[in-house]
Design a protein around this ligand. Sequence first.
Ligand code: NDP
Ligand code: 8X3
Length: 252
Amino acid sequence: MNKTALITGATSGIGRATAKILADNGYHVILTGRRKDKLDEVEREILRTADARVLSLCFDVRDRNEVSKYLGQLDGEWEDIDVLINNAGLASGLSHIQDGDIEDWEKMIDTNIKGLLYVTRQIAPKMVNRGTGHIVNIGSIAGKEVYENGNVYCATKHAVDALNKGMRIDLVEHNIKVTAINPGAAETEFSVVRFHGDKERANSVYEGFTPLYEQDIAEAVLFAVTRPPHVNINDMIIMATAQANSVKTHRQ
Ligand code: NDP
Ligand code: 8X3
């Protein structure tokens, strides 16, 4: 029987690739994101290749009322979520703490921490009621290490790391798996967003080495969610071969 996966931030990058790979592997998928045109595009792509049901929900994870409106009333064929992929997130800005833009900070904290919590608060109780489920949190190498100028983004991903561990402890007695997938540099829209649309600066992040691609992370998610019932992948760090850690990348 098909399972259902809810993927936040499915309009681009890792979330989009994850939605596609899950749909190609027998999951019905719920896609979320703020950009309706992109949601429609991803939905069309999935329906072209996969024998899956798709539900697209356009909302901002920072808006608690919207999260509750869209995810609190899932019913019928969409009621039972087997897998939640908490992926929606962003970096905004890259500056020393004394120069940081408070708007950027709020965006990151509200999306990466509070948004993830709002979504989880809607879905986790349903998993508890059913006595089954799997939550996959997309963290980052920035949740394991801190790098210059990364301050607030790193703090939000350290929070995701802590929440991942906390969720696992709280949900273990309900047979719910909790997994963190922590990528290093992956070439998506991430850096364009971080640098507020400056594509040249964004491209320079990936110059001189082969970064990760969204598909690399999607494959790791698929691996995690397809382990047998007695196996949980707690935590995975995935880096480009040329990136030793947050601060050392070998560029040609
Ligand atoms: P993208 O910018 O390509 O994708 C981000 C996704 O998040 C988009 O679908 C975007 O959708 C969604 N999103 C952002 N803000 C909101 C919001 N307020 N409400 C709803 N959806 C939102 O980047 P990635 O695919 O790279 O990022 C996905 C996750 O991976 C993030 O959590 C990121 O921190 C993490 N990550 C990325 C790495 C990288 O190097 N790329 C490395 C490590 C972790 P929309 O704009 O339509 O709302
Ligand atoms: C994104 C990867 O290295 O920019 O989480 O923090 S990094």
